[in-house]
Design a protein. Structure first.
Length: 278
């Protein structure tokens, strides 16, 4: 038995270290060109950050040539002295080595350095309560010179703020913030029907539109070609998505990944549990 509507938990603002996420750094004059041909979003929007003509971060995915999901990315363009182009990617820690190896295969002769810097940097999330409204002016930290700060989550306003910080500093927090475990963020996110990472969005199998990546601002339909673009564009323009990821609350304990969801009365199978928490 499941319920498809309920009141979301609205606790006070919370912050947590995302231990399941790691960081990849891209450096080089052809970084934008390289990523633009690989991921689903328009990476050119990360250019001209110093002139404030761009977004500070974006959410994107990398797909198979058949248009199936492989990896998700939160991409950040950081301000540094000089003309160095550096983009940092918040990625699923469980596949980071595999992802770096895959990216290097696509690099060919482009001038891009790709490095796993997960030991040096950490990913954080600030969520709950009025977190989506109260972070517009973060407190200064010792890392302001390289623009390490909370940035509005590019997926949905209700998810609050995301941040990438050097591992040797504590992120700037706000009055009333509670430090929580990552499990609290996962439950908060699942209540809103948002999957994240290559486990919750099955790698090599998931169709991006079925996992709501359009609604999560992960796909641009104006940027031109990228790996897997043809199937995504065709599905979108046909307007037919036969399955959707949605949040459900079970009336009893025991639901786990892989459990079938059965319609009461008819016994008809209407879905399968992809992720469960709480």
């Amino acid at each position: 038995s499941v319920s498809f509507s309920w009141k979301y938990h609205l606790p006070s603002p919370m912050a947590c270290l995302l231990k399941t996420r790691s960081v990849i750094r891209f450096r080089g004059p052809e970084t934008i060109k390289f990523l633009q041909g690989l991921v689903t979003n328009d990476v050119r929007s990360l250019e001209n950050l110093a002139e404030n003509r761009t977004t500070p971060s974006l959410y994107a995915a990398m797909l198979t040539p058949q248009g199936r999901f492989l990896y998700d990315f939160f991409l950040y363009r950081m301000l540094h002295t000089g003309d160095r182009m550096e983009i940092y990617a918040d990625v699923d820690k469980g596949v980071v080595d595999e992802l770096v190896a895959t990216l290097k295969k696509f690099r060919l002769r482009l001038k891009v350095d790709i490095e796993n810097v997960g030991e040096d940097f950490s990913c954080w999330q600030r969520f709950g309560g009025n977190a989506s409204d109260s972070c517009t002016r973060p407190e200064k930290s010792e890392a302001d010179s390289v623009a390490w700060k909370w940035i509005r989550d590019p997926r949905l306003p209700c998810l609050g703020y995301r941040g990438m910080f050097p591992s040797n500093i504590t992120p700037p927090l706000f009055e009333g913030d509670e430090m929580k475990d990552e499990e609290d963020y996962v439950l908060y996110r699942l209540e809103r029907g948002v999957a994240e990472g290559s486990t919750e969005i099955p790698k090599g199998d998931a169709i991006p539109l079925e996992y709501n990546l359009v609604g999560l601002n992960a796909i641009s339909f104006d940027k031109g070609c990228y790996v897997g673009q043809e199937l995504v564009a065709r599905t979108h323009h046909r307007g037919v998505v036969r399955k959707r990821l949605i949040p459900v609350r079970f009336a009893r304990e025991g639901a786990r990944r892989g459990s079938e969801v059965i319609e009461g009365g008819t016994g008809r199978r209407v879905g399968i549990v992809t992720t469960a928490a709480g």
